[in-house]
Write a protein that binds this ligand. Structure first.
Ligand code: ADP
Ligand code: MG
Length: 366
């Protein structure tokens, strides 16, 4: 979330150093944790990945070099800054070739530390941003091509099927069933192609208006109830919307799509019925400049190992999923509206999708 503390892991076998560094960083608004050995460091990284590791080279068990190697191999998104003792700068420079972004030598000043931490995080953020765009540009070219190649034959199949349907004996259950299967498969492919196109459709910057969250949610609930005609009788929807909620500067169609993907997932999760609660309120810590919308369902929840993949394009656990729904919602909410989306879930209890939107979109996003 905006204003969320950035996580730094401090790895050094000297408790005086770790506590000093920790105090300095905490005072500057970071969230820190500490490890005194290499193996403890790796454990912490796997259970609660930090964005940055400050790594001492001389650890009692594993060498700093080994720890760095492991981080580089398994935790691409974690940056490493080496802390060196007097005289080991040469090694530190070598380690920078091995993927550390910077090094600082002991003893260091408060300012040096803070500067190194800040710039290392910046380098990390830039790398992640670049990586994201690399992945997208190829999809951006591929999806329209795919859509074109798939849609034409689909039209032809649909047309031919209509003829077969007219001329066949639909009293033969096998024929009727076969026709139905083809129809469903064609529809599924059409939807898949539409999802792909929606995912890469460029943002329409000029269509931003001030929209009422209440209206948006009503529209989305409407569409979903229609889509899931059968299931919607078994799903109770409760909307708890703060009456003083401000309008949000956003693209209506896009935001509707983003919310629709979220609510669709909730419906799909609650196969045997359940409850969906949609809450909207001003975000508490910053007054009413942001609005917070939470969609909580009583479905089966999400497995822990799946939770880190939810927003990856093509990640799906459904037989008929595309895995593009949440990826697109994130794109719309975060990249195009400067907001945030997060999922919290507990297996067996349900899932909450939390969306936060700034009332005004920042210039560079719109
Ligand atoms: P799709 O719906 O096509 O699978 P999404 O990107 O919309 O793709 O969702 C990705 C995955 O996230 C789903 O396959 C599902 O495993 C999980 N998921 C999303 N929302 C929920 C939810 N409300 N309850 C349980 N699982 C969910
Ligand atoms: Mg979905």
């Amino acid at each position: 979330m905006k204003g969320k503390k950035r996580k730094v892991l401090i790895v050094d076998d000297n408790p005086e150093i770790t506590s000093l560094v920790s105090i300095i960083l905490e005072n500057d608004g970071y969230e820190t944790s500490v490890a005194f050995t290499g193996s403890a460091a790796l454990e912490k990284i796997s259970s609660y990945p930090p964005e940055l590791v400050l790594l001492d080279l001389n650890l009692p068990d594993l060498s700093g070099e080994k720890v760095l190697k492991r981080i580089r191999k398994d935790y691409e998104d974690t940056a490493v800054v080496i802390i060196t003792g007097f005289g080991s700068e040469k090694v530190a420079v070598d380690l920078m070739k091995g993927g550390a972004v910077d090094f600082i030598s002991k003893p260091f000043e408060r300012e040096t530390l803070l500067k190194a931490v800040k710039s290392a995080l910046k380098i990390r953020d830039n790398l992640i941003e670049e990586k994201r765009h690399e992945g997208y540009s190829s999809l951006e070219e591929f999806f329209p091509f795919l859509a074109h190649e798939v849609r034409n034959p689909l039209h032809a199949i649909g047309g031919a099927l209509a003829i077969i349907q007219r001329r066949s004996n639909l009293n033969d259950p096998l024929v009727a069933q076969s026709i139905q299967i083809i129809q469903e498969e064609v529809q599924h492919l059409n939807e898949f192609v539409q999802d792909c196109l929606d995912f890469v459709r460029p943002p329409a910057a000029n269509r931003y208006t001030f929209l009422e969250i209440k209206e948006l949610i009503a529209a989305v609930v409407n569409v979903v109830s229609y889509m899931f005609e059968h299931r919607s009788r078994k799903i109770q929807i409760t909307a708890d919307l703060d009456p003083g909620l401000r309008k949000v500067h956003a693209n209506y169609e896009e935001m509707k799509q983003a919310f629709l993907n979220i609510v669709k997932n909730a419906f799909e999760a609650m196969e045997d019925g359940g409850e969906l609660v949609i809450k909207a309120c001003p975000r508490s810590d910053t007054g009413s400049d942001w609005v917070r919308i939470v969609f909580s369902d009583s479905g089966p929840g999400i497995k822990k190992e799946d939770s880190k993949n939810l927003f990856n394009p093509f990640f799906t656990t459904k037989l008929r999923g595309t895995g593009l729904g949440l990826a697109l919602s994130k794109r719309i909410i975060e990249e195009r509206h400067g907001g945030r989306i997060e999922v919290e879930s507990e297996e067996g209890k349900g899932t909450s999708v939390i969306v936060e939107l700034p009332v005004e979109v920042r210039e560079e996003v719109a």
